[in-house]
Design a protein around this ligand. Sequence first.
Ligand code: HEM
Length: 128
Amino acid sequence: RRPVSYYELMGGAPTIRAIVEAFYPKVIEHPLLAPLFPEDITPVMEKQEMFLTQYFGGPQLYTMKEGHPRMRARHIRFPITPDRATAWLSCMQQAMDEVVEDSALREQMMERLAMTAYFFVNTDEQED
Ligand code: HEM
């Protein structure tokens, strides 16, 4: 029997969409994160929607459209400090709190995202 994915457990496409829509307004308001993002956040949201879909076990939307994710490599041109990873995760935690009702599921998904986010850290330098 095929294991049930996080994608299915959380409610599929509409839930991913809602997470992305809750998340990016917080990102572009966050003092550590905002400067890294382009003025038009829409294309980033679309890619993140495709990526999180497959990251949580749904259809491979990102790979079909953009090729192999190589997601850490795609982040190399941005200075990702430990503080920025923490900031990203705190925006995501807030978005999940708003959107995903099941707190145990939320916690598991955040645990996975935390590993990924800290894996993307590529500099220790803090720009203050
Ligand atoms: C793109 C920052 C973590 C998924 C981006 C962009 C920035 C960024 C600046 C590019 C925006 C542009 O197109 O100009 C960060 C920071 C993180 C982080 C500071 C802190 C650790 C993550 C994590 C994931 C993720 C954990 C997934 C679980 C993506 C995706 C894109 C993206 C899918 C679009 C990639 C593409 O252009 O195809 N991120 N990110 N990011 N990020 Fe992150």
